[in-house]
Design a protein around this ligand. Structure first.
Ligand SMILES: Nc1ncnc2c1ncn2[C@@H]1O[C@H](COP(=O)(O)OP(=O)(O)OP(=O)(O)O)[C@@H](O)[C@H]1O
Length: 269
């Protein structure tokens, strides 16, 4: 089986300065990989590069194959086809994905209609409404009719993130890229959204690229990790192995910090 996402020797530079250096990893269909590292280590830029969404001042080199297509240097037409169909992204801050002036129902309808058009079908009226409500139900939103009729500011942060997940899901992508999807949420909502992502990825047979600075969160949802430090992969492998026997001092410091946090919590109980 060839990988769904195959990144080889990816280097991202701006003004000649490297932000990501010689990064390589692959995700097979249905597999889950975590990209972990501190703020500024290059996680988001690497994910953006995979979608062909890099800011203009960032120059990529190396190779990124997404669903068998080379992303680096690809025509916008090719990239547009890949986005949604091959991969879709859920961002940290759901408000970036949502238009504040449009009701949720209209926003969820848009990627749904795009997918149906791509498949040579039309989706309108009651059928469209039913599909929108079905998607909102799929992400376990209570009272989906009410949510569909609301503006983004009228629902909670956790509900907005569920809507953003529904919009990514509407495309039925083969790969879901989740870029710190729970960081902006409180701890309880964070756990619920993680559980939801876990279920959706499994039920839909999607692959997952999960980006986080939070080691315990990553360990809950992926099988393998790549640890990124200052744009360089310092370690990679199955989660349990990497975290049980970190060979790199940076990974060790992440593990120690997570353990210290756990101990501190036990002290509070
Ligand atoms: N458009 C840009 N132009 C120049 N430098 C950039 C640009 N976008 C990001 N950077 C720099 O690239 C580096 C990597 O950024 P990136 O957003 O990928 O980090 P990250 O690991 O995702 O961090 P965070 O967890 O804070 O989102 C940072 O030093 C950042 O300042």
């Amino acid at each position: 089986m060839s990988p769904l996402l195959d990144i080889r020797s990816l280097t991202l530079t701006t003004g000649g300065r490297p932000l990501v250096s010689d990064l390589s990893f692959a995700i097979e269909p249905g597999a889950r990989l975590g990209l972990i590292g501190e703020s500024g280590s290059g996680k988001s830029l690497s994910a953006m590069a995979a979608m062909g969404l890099l800011p203009r001042n960032i120059v990529p080199s190396g190779s990124i194959q997404l669903d068998g297509q080379q992303v680096i240097g690809a025509h916008e037409r090719v990239l547009n086809r890949l986005r949604g169909q091959a991969a879709a992204v859920v961002f940290q801050e759901p408000l970036t994905a949502l238009d504040p002036l449009l009701k949720i129902g209209r926003q969820v309808a848009e990627p749904l209609q795009r997918r149906w058009t791509r498949e040579g079908r039309r989706l309108e009226g009651r059928d469209l409404q039913r599909e929108v409500i079905g998607l909102l139900e799929e992400v376990s939103l209570p009272t989906p009719e009410r949510i569909a009729a609301s503006y983004p500011h009228e629902i909670s942060g956790g509900q907005r993130q569920r809507v953003a997940i529904a919009m990514a899901l509407a495309c039925r992508p083969k790969l879901l890229i989740a870029d710190e999807p729970t960081t902006a949420l409180d701890v309880t909502t964070q756990a619920e959204v993680l559980k939801l992502l876990d279920r959706l990825v499994r039920d839909n047979g999607m692959a997952l690229l999960f980006i986080s600075h939070d080691l315990p969160v990553v360990a809950q949802i992926v099988q393998d990790v790549v640890v990124l430090r200052k744009g360089v992969a310092v370690e990679a492998g199955p989660v349990a192995e990497v975290f049980a026997r970190p060979s790199d001092p940076y990974t060790r410091s992440l593990v120690d910090a997570a353990q210290a946090f756990d101990k501190a919590l036990e002290g509070v109980k």
